[in-house]
Design a protein around this ligand. Structure first.
Ligand SMILES: CCCCCCCC/C=C\CCCCCCCC(=O)N[C@@H](COP(=O)(O)O)[C@H](O)/C=C/CCCCCCCCCCCCC
Length: 218
């Protein structure tokens, strides 16, 4: 497993992200937090390679990763092995601000929820990339995926800033090259492999959060 330090500087590999999401689920379909966070670290590498325009997004993702890592390494680390154990521990011990921000503004549950919502964006975006054609615009694919998911949870200012950043996304060909997988057909095949894994992790988390009424945590 990679360490947090310095990992964002290394080269992005879609295969590596795929591997971490493969390792995310236990036999009984619990979501391992260490692998979940490792998957996000890999994605942040990609985002960082796109330039400073995406810095505000990367910074937010890194800060959420760091909050989760601090719980995973803290005195109650054993409760932060899986998303399921984290939810149980934080709810049983009243460590989650459920209706409005109070004494636990950075609970693991609310922090993971932000990344979970972003995972839905990723799922939609990757599916669009997979089915795109040579002349498709990544900025449009990204904006569509964003509007269908994360945008619904963001205020106007963030939506505006995100929309501006999408406009400078590199074209489809460059995008595919940065994934370090090989020719476009292989990228498409690899995306087809990655998507069901990401979808399953997303759905398991979504169901868990719905079951505990955690989908709107402030
Ligand atoms: C497989 C390779 C291709 C895809 C690679 C994608 C790489 C993407 C890497 C990271 C995605 C960023 C995840 C952003 C998490 C955002 C969490 C969030 O919603 N935070 C907001 C709410 O937090 P609280 O205030 O409640 O604590 C926060 O306000 C957000 C601030 C930053 C703006 C977030 C905009 C998100 C746009 C997502 C699209 C990223 C575009 C990447 C382009 C490839």
């Amino acid at each position: 497993m990679q360490t947090m330090a310095g990992s964002e500087d290394q080269k992005f590999s879609l295969q590596e992200v795929l591997d971490t999401f493969k390792l995310c689920l236990s036999e009984n379909k619990e979501v391992y937090l260490e692998q979940y966070v490792a998957g996000w670290r890999g994605l942040v590498k990609f985002l960082n390679s796109l330039g400073s325009v995406f810095g505000f997004i990367s910074k937010d993702a890194v800060s959420k990763i760091q909050i989760l890592v601090s719980y995973m390494k803290g005195e109650n680390a054993s409760h932060y092995a899986t998303v399921q154990s984290m939810v149980k521990y934080e709810l049983d011990n009243n460590l989650v601000d459920v209706n409005k921000k109070g004494s636990h503004p950075e609970s693991g549950c609310r922090t993971l929820l932000r990344l979970h919502r972003a995972l839905r964006w990723l799922e939609l975006f990757l599916d669009r990339l997979r089915t795109s054609t040579e002349d498709s615009k990544t900025s449009a694919l990204c904006a569509e995926a964003y509007n269908e998911s994360l945008a619904q949870h963001h205020p106007w200012m963030i939506r505006k800033a995100a929309g501006m950043a999408f406009l400078v996304l590199p074209g489809r060909q460059t995008f595919f090259e940065v994934m370090n997988v090989g020719p476009p057909e292989q990228v498409v095949a690899k995306l087809g492999e990655a998507l069901p894994l990401i979808s399953e992790v997303y759905q398991i988390t979504e169901d868990l959060y719905a079951q505990h009424n955690l989908l709107d945590l402030p």
